[in-house]
Write a protein that binds this ligand. Structure first.
Ligand code: C2E
Ligand code: CA
Ligand code: CA
Length: 537
């Protein structure tokens, strides 16, 4: 865990403690209490607010001593040696390199004196001020109904990058003025952090137009062809006025998180089904973490074959085999794990199993077989993939070219040049790189130009019957020709029929993976098939 994060902290109702981990992942809580919550509910040492008991995983940013902290809060239950349990929140913290200047410039926190009730940049309430004022508002207006809205300026960082911090400050002040101008008596508005604003308004005064009219007026605040000022809002209809303000903000934030990245959607309203979805995700995440520890994840192998059915290798695919024997397919957990950092744990676990299997095959009649493993974009972000694979091949004493690495173009979405350099390094050092799902995305050709890959893996989408058979045949043929010209091997996945196989062979493809030959199977079944059929299917 440490190594991935700069700091891991455990916060409960009374204390805030820093944690360290042993190399094998066991937690060592700090001997002494890191700090006790003060009257403002803030940890005197490390700036953390008292953890609100959240049912869900929440991401937030905090500023302290000129640094920006990105905090991922996971609700967990601590089990003590005597069996007693404490509910608390584990905060996984990354300290940003961007330094921010408290109180004197830098709109990240300009004027946000951590304990002041007012934000001196915009004149709105600060985080503390908003929380305090909102609490008063609920106490003093028992009969009214309220809506809490969190606003976020999309890609605000770009304003700073493109036009400089003073311009960013100016935009924040204008947004603050605009939001304030929409308020009626008794309603409040605050800047919680950086570019995040909150308003609390009477339910009767709220309809979607409140947000949309603010959004319409926004572009006028910044004239630029490079950047289009765009704001998104998460809305929570307050149902329990006695609940902590932080969990109300949480809910508005949860709604907001469902439209992050959408350019045409301005507003998301929190409802219980969003909560249910988040709770389900959280359940899967918790369960998966436990299942990985308990060894419930297994590596299945799907053979890759030549046209005559001879097996040349296999793809490693994860399956979750529950204690009742139920086999859970990846589509039920991969996406969820990819949204959390747990995918790294699963992937590295499967890579290890693949390396171990290759080591077992080394001096047998399977010594020529390779195993392809899947790499997710998050893996590149959290670990040194190169070091990890180097360690694996050394540790298991296997040939690098036998461990093929399947990547998709989504790895290039973040920090493309860095990822490209890393993939090319892996290739240059002798690992086989496969471009997976080729044809599923939109920019595959530009990726091919820059990346040193060995194999192109054509996606099953290409095999689907289309209205224009001739055209799809031509495209498929061109892709196969192109890989030939780029000196890349080609494999087609999703081959389900003899007809598809014959067409592909005619077009020049000679390696296949698909249900026509075999479905993914447990390693023991793979061994049996290999033995019974002399390495063929
Ligand atoms: P993928 O990497 O494209 O893997 C191939 C998928 O196509 C597998 O689905 C396989 O069962 C399926 N497939 C193979 N032949 C056929 C066929 O003839 N017809 C049809 N309809 N499907 C076929 P699976 O095992 O359900 O895995 C789904 C996806 O989950 C994988 O797609 C991969 O993206 C992801 N995944 C699976 N295991 C792992 C893992 O260990 N790590 C990561 N990061 N992703 C994984
Ligand atoms: Ca794959
Ligand atoms: Ca694929």
């Amino acid at each position: 865990m440490l190594g991935i994060y700069d700091l891991v902290r455990l916060v409960d109702a009374n204390e805030c403690r820093e944690l360290t981990f042993t190399p094998d992942g066991n937690i060592i809580p700090a001997d002494s209490c890191y700090s006790v919550w003060d009257a403002d509910q803030r940890c005197a040492n490390c700036s953390s607010y008292k953890a609100f008991k959240s049912q869900t995983r929440v991401e937030k940013e905090e500023y302290f001593e000129n640094k920006k902290y990105h905090i991922l809060s996971n609700p967990i239950e601590l089990i003590h040696e005597d069996g007693s349990r404490t509910e608390c929140v584990m905060e996984c913290i990354t300290v940003s390199n961007e330094s921010v200047v408290m109180g004197q410039g830098g709109n990240g926190v300009k004027g946000m004196d951590s304990r002041s009730l007012l934000d001196s940049l915009t004149g709105l309430y600060s985080w503390d001020g908003f929380y305090e004022k909102a609490r008063d508002t609920f106490q003093n207006s028992q009969d009214s109904e309220w809506v809490l809205i969190i606003y976020n300026i999309v890609q605000f960082k770009l304003i700073n990058d493109l036009f400089g911090i003073p311009k960013g400050d100016e935009v924040l002040m204008k947004v603050a003025k605009l939001l304030k101008s929409k308020l009626s008596d008794g309603e409040i508005c605050g800047r919680l952090r950086g570019d995040q604003f909150a308003v609390l308004i009477h339910k009767d005064n709220f309809d979607g137009r409140f947000v949309i009219s603010a959004s319409r007026e926004l572009p006028g605040l910044l004239q630029s062809s490079q950047y289009h000022l765009h704001i998104q809002a998460g809305v929570y209809y307050v149902s329990d006025k006695t609940a902590p303000i932080s969990s109300m903000c949480d809910r508005a934030n949860i709604a907001l998180s469902t439209i992050r990245g959408e350019t045409n959607i301005h507003v998301a309203i929190f409802n219980e089904s969003i909560m249910d979805k988040m709770l389900h995700e959280q359940y899967v995440i918790n369960e998966c973490e436990r299942a990985i520890q308990a060894g419930e994840f297994m590596m299945y192998l799907q053979p890759q074959v030549r046209e005559d059915g001879h097996i040349v290798g296999a793809e490693a695919l994860a399956r979750w085999v529950r204690s009742n024997g139920e086999v859970v397919p990846p589509m039920e957990f991969i996406d969820i794990l990819e949204r959390s950092d747990l995918i790294v744990k699963l992937d590295t676990y499967i890579w290890k199993m693949a390396a171990k299997k290759l080591a077992e095959w080394k001096d047998t009649d399977k010594s020529e077989l390779y195993i392809s493993v899947n790499i997710s974009p998050k893996d590149f972000f959290y670990i040194d993939v190169y070091e990890f694979f180097e360690g694996l091949v050394k540790g298991y004493d296997i040939d690098k070219s036998k461990l093929k690495l399947e990547i998709t173009e989504t790895i290039m979405m973040r920090d493309a040049l860095k990822q490209l350099a890393l993939v090319n390094k892996l290739h240059n050092e002798g690992f086989e790189i496969e471009i997976d799902d080729f044809g599923k995305g939109y920019s595959s050709l530009s990726l091919l130009k820059d990346i040193n890959a060995d194999t192109l893996k054509i996606d099953k989408e290409f095999l689907k019957e289309t209205d224009n058979d001739k055209k799809s045949e031509n495209i498929l043929g061109s892709v196969i020709d192109m890989s030939d010209r780029l000196s890349m091997k080609v494999i087609t996945e999703g081959v389900e029929t003899k007809n598809q196989l014959d067409r592909l062979v005619k077009l020049g493809c000679h390696t296949f993976q698909g249900f026509y030959f075999a479905k993914p199977m447990p390693v023991e079944d793979f061994d049996v098939i290999w033995k019974d059929n002399n390495g063929s299917l």
